[in-house]
Design a protein around this ligand. Structure first.
Ligand SMILES: [Zn+2]
Length: 427
């Protein structure tokens, strides 16, 4: 079975490139804005405006080729220009599509700056450096040295036949970052799909898993503390900025300092999420799991709407979505199938008799049949049961045979989540 994996390698760009990169991002912004303006002018010529139309005459694509012929850069590589225009037309297409449902949706805006993108053949790796060409007439090629660990990682991937698909330079929190997208094709033996684990995703415990025998509670304390720190920094930044004259030197200094710290914590969260999802994938591999059942996230989003602390919740949900994305993509990279299952009431139903009951404390004790278990494991058990009943009819759980839930904790010494039953850290 052939599997395609995408890897993202990211690092800070050395500061000596900043003045040049600023100029280039300005040029990229100009390409974006000029292409956007020309598109609207052509649209007008056809008797359309973004306001009166959900579908421009001749379609967006017909205008795209006209725009691409007319707007070129004498500084950026032709593929960079094309990639920016591809993104712009992607945004325009979704604008016209969304407009059918929501007439108030706004068209893409002109940008002062835009990210620099290099595709496929335009990117080259040579002796520890990434070569990113500009327009031929400039005679300039950016050559950005990779850091030791990133370099080793990339070289290993390239040795295994992987290819660089895209390089992008973004400006975030006052620094330039390089983001490399590497595509790897691997041949694997797909795991047995009949081996199933259910995974309940939550805010207190990021993961609770159940494979029919054991419940594992994946500790999220560290991850949560960074998320809280991030929210605190955001709140403190707002509070301090409100006291200063907007745009003043002190205002700018506070903004800059906080955004840097917030970005740093953000990267820590990213890193932990990668480690957590990697650990879970390794657990699945060690157990030969071929199917992972997760609760449908849609339900969670809907629930979030009714919470009074809506903004914070939506933000958490967004992070949550990213965790799920990372998980899905890593599992798929191992040939493990991800199935979504309706998770309504899974934390309340008794896995044995089906009675609905809201636990009052840490233990779930069914008043009807007496089933008792640690409440945090019930969601995953029910998710597992729901899926198994669908594929194989009725499932009888070994009542009383369920072992107590085990904790999977984060170990500072091995900087990853460690499973007690498998001796080795799941890095
Ligand atoms: Zn019961």
């Amino acid at each position: 079975m052939q599997i395609i994996r995408f890897h993202i390698i990211t690092q800070k760009v050395p500061a000596k490139y900043y003045p040049l990169l600023k100029e280039l991002r300005l040029e990229a912004g100009k390409i974006w804005s000029d292409s956007l303006n020309l598109f609207f002018n052509l649209l007008k010529k056809n008797g359309n405006t973004p306001n009166n139309s959900t579908r421009p005459l001749g379609g967006v694509n017909a205008l795209k080729s006209q725009v691409q012929k007319a707007i070129k850069s004498s500084i950026l590589h032709s593929q960079t220009t094309q990639a920016i225009q591809d993104r712009l037309f992607g945004a325009l297409k979704s604008f016209f599509k969304n407009k059918k449902r929501n007439p108030n949706v706004k068209p893409p805006k002109p940008r002062k700056f835009y990210n620099l993108i290099w595709k496929n053949q335009a990117v080259r790796y040579q002796n520890g450096k990434l070569i990113l060409p500009l327009a031929r007439t400039t005679g300039i090629r950016l050559s950005i040295p990779l850091r030791k660990r990133k370099k080793e990682w990339l070289e290993e991937l390239l040795r295994n036949g992987a290819e660089i698909r895209q390089a992008e330079i973004v400006f975030k929190a006052f620094e330039y970052r390089l983001i490399l997208l590497v595509k790897e094709t691997v041949e694997i033996n797909p795991p047995d799909r009949n081996k199933v684990v259910a995974l309940d995703l939550g805010e207190i415990h990021p993961f609770v898993s159940f494979d029919g025998k054991e419940v594992l509670i994946w500790n999220g304390r560290l991850l949560r503390s960074y998320k809280q720190l991030r929210l605190k920094l955001i709140a403190l930044k707002q509070k301090l900025l409100a006291k200063k004259q907007k745009g003043s030197r002190r205002w700018k200094r506070i903004k800059r300092s906080f955004e840097r710290q917030i970005a740093k914590v953000g990267r820590k969260i990213e890193d932990l999420e990668h480690k957590l999802t990697r650990a879970f994938v390794n657990y699945c591999k060690a157990k030969g799991i071929g199917t992972v059942v997760i609760g449908k996230v849609k339900g969670i989003r809907e629930k979030a709407k009714y919470n009074k602390n809506a903004n914070q919740k939506i933000h958490l949900m967004w992070r949550f979505g990213r965790l799920l994305q990372k998980l899905k993509y890593k599992l798929e990279g191992e040939g493990i199938v991800v199935v979504e299952e309706d998770e309504r009431y899974t934390t309340q139903l008794c896995p044995v008799c089906g009675n609905k009951y809201k636990p009052k404390d840490r233990n779930y004790i069914c008043p009807k049949c007496g089933f008792s278990y640690h409440r945090d494991g019930v969601g995953a058990i029910n998710l597992f049961k729901r899926f198994m009943e669908k594929v194989s009819g009725r499932l009888i759980l070994p009542v009383g045979g369920l072992t107590r839930p085990q904790g999977v904790s984060y170990s500072l010494s091995s900087s990853g989540w460690v499973l007690p039953t498998l001796r080795n850290p799941l890095l």
